[in-house]
Design a protein around this ligand. Structure first.
Ligand code: ZN
Length: 140
């Protein structure tokens, strides 16, 4: 008899206390940020980190984020770094950058809504819940 540990097809099972006995791993529900479908991942071990229902959706999501980021970054940086601070008023360019940034974001949100993609609040919540954010990775 092959044990769950030896068979990669049994990623959703874990060895039990007695030899040859297999019990299901605990599963947690996730929602794919690309298609909005619910899927289950093991609560620990291999596959527990998955955020997408399949590799194709992970790649589609990443490509769209990269493309959108290229459009947004100049406006976001102009807004974020161009503000004078100290109670002074922002320049018209900074205000225009902020307004354009919001128009672009609204356009992206509308594209997502029409495509049936879920809002990214849950996805970002999952990233934050890992306790290992982009800024954490930069500090290493
Ligand atoms: Zn999906």
């Amino acid at each position: 008899m092959i044990s769950a540990k030896q068979c990669p097809d049994n990623a959703d099972t874990a060895p039990a206390g007695r030899a040859g006995e297999i019990r299901p791993k605990r599963q947690i529900a996730r929602t794919c940020p690309e298609c909005g479908e619910d899927f289950a991942v093991p609560s620990s071990g291999p596959g527990g980190h998955k955020q997408f229902c399949c590799e194709a959706h992970r790649q589609d999501f990443r490509k769209r984020c990269a493309a959108r980021g290229k459009v947004l970054v100049p406006y976001v940086m102009a807004w974020r770094t161009g503000r004078p601070g100290g109670g002074q008023k922002s320049s018209p360019i900074v205000k225009q950058a902020f307004a354009e940034m919001n128009r672009i974001l609204d356009q992206f949100a509308e594209e997502d809504r029409k495509a049936g993609r879920p809002k990214l609040v849950d996805y970002v919540g999952g990233l934050m819940a890992t306790g290992f954010t982009y800024m954490d990775r930069r500090r290493r």
